[in-house]
Design a binder for this molecule. Sequence first.
Ligand code: SAJ
Length: 418
Amino acid sequence: MSEAFRGRLAILGMGYIGLPTAVAIATRGVDVIGVDINPATVAAVSRGEVPFVEPDLAIAVSGAVAMGRLTATSEIPEADAFIIAVPTPFNEDRTADLSYVEAAAKQIAPRLRPGNIVVLESTSPPGTTEKVGGWIGDLRPDLRMPRDGETGADIFVAHCPERVLPGRIMIEIVTNDRVVGGLTPRCAEKAASIYRLFAQGEILLTDAASAEMAKLVENAYRDVNIAFANELSLISESLHIDVWEVIRLANRHPRVSILNPGPGVGGHCIPVDPWFIVSAAPQLSRLIRTAREVNDRRPHDVAERVVAKAQRFRAPTIACLGLTFKANVDDVRESPAVEVVGLIAKALPEVEIFVSDPYVSTLPGPLSGYSNLRLEGAYQAVERADIVVLLVEHEPFKAMRHTRLGGKVVYDTRGAWR
Ligand code: SAJ
C-alpha cells in the first residue's frame, strides 16, 4: 500500500512551476506555504493574485488563498516537506548556475526535523540532488542524511522534475506522468507520497541521477527535433520547395513526426537544458550541441531574410507580429521573436518597423534603444506595412483575414497562414 503524505508543505519559488504546484496540492486539502524572495510576488500571492499569465491559474490561486490553504511568505517556515522550485539558469560558459538551488537548500537546512522530505523540482544537471543532500548534511551534522545502500535516514531527498508546458500547466500538472528519483529508494517513495496527492498520471520511481537526466533528455529531444525542422526549412527554401508541404506529407508516414520550423527556440528550458548535457559530457554530445547551434542561429537566418526582402523597396515599412517566446503566453524572456525584431531594427535603422503583440503593452528591454520601432495594434501595423513578418502564431494573428495581407510581402515564419 503506498503511503499518503500528511502535514504542511513549503514550496520555495512562486514562479511558473512553484505556484501551480502549490495550488494543486493546496486544493487537495494540504496547508501549503509559498516562499519567494520577491516581496511583490509574496504580496500578490497573499492577495490571491498571480503575477503572470497562465490559463486557469488565477482562479485556482484565488480559491486556494480564500480557503486559507495557501499562504505566502519570504521566510522559510517549519514544514513536513519542502519542494525547491527555483530557477537554474546557465553561466556564461553554459554550465548550470546552481546558486539558487544551493541557497534554497542552505535556507531549508536549519528548519529541518527528522522525517522531513526535501524534493528538488528545478531542472538540474546529474548529481545536483546529491549535492542538495550534501549541502544540507554539512549544515546539519545532527541529522542522518540518506546514503546509497543504507536504510536509516532522518531526511528524505529526491528529485521530481517539472514537465508542464507553459500555456497548459494547469492541465498537465495533473495529467502528466511524474518521474521521482530518490537518493535512496525510500526517499523516492516518500517524495512520491506528495505527488500522489494530485497527479493522475503514473508516478515512476527511480534514482535521482536518472530522473535528472531524463528531464534534460526530454528537452534535448525536442530541441533536436526543432533543429531538424529549422534545417529543413533552410534546405527547402534553397531548393524552392515549400517546407510546410514537405513536413505535412512526410508526417503522414506512420513513424515520422517532424516538429515545426520557426524563428528560433525560446523560453527558459529548451534553449538551456541541453547545455547541461553538453557540459556533463562535452566530447560525446555532438548532435545535441549542433542542434543548439542550429536553433540559436535561427533568429539571424530569419532577420537576414527580412532585410533581403526590404532591400527590394525604396522606403519600406515593416510589421512584425508577435514578441513572446511562443504562442498564447505573455512571456518575452529569451524570446527569438524579440531577437529577430532587434536584429532587423539594427540592420535597417532608417526603416520604420511596427511591432504588435496582444500580450505585450511595452517594448521589451532589449528593444527599447531602437528609435525606428513602434508598438502598434496588429491591424494598424499590417495596414501600414509593405512587409508583414509573422513571428508568433497567437490566435488573433491566425484569425486575421487574408484579404488584409493582399499586395504585401508576407513572411510567415510559423506556417500559420498557409
Ligand atoms: N517551437 C518551435 N517549433 C515547434 C515547437 C516549439 O519552434 O514545433 C519553439 C517555441 O515557439 C518556443 C520553443 O520552441 O520558442 C519552446 O516551446 P515549447 O512549447 O516546445 O516548450 P516550452 O519551453 O514551453 O516547455 C518545454 C516542454 N518540454 C517538452 O515538451 C519536452 C515542457 O514540457 C517542459 O516542462 C518545459 O520545457 C520545461 O520547463 O522544461
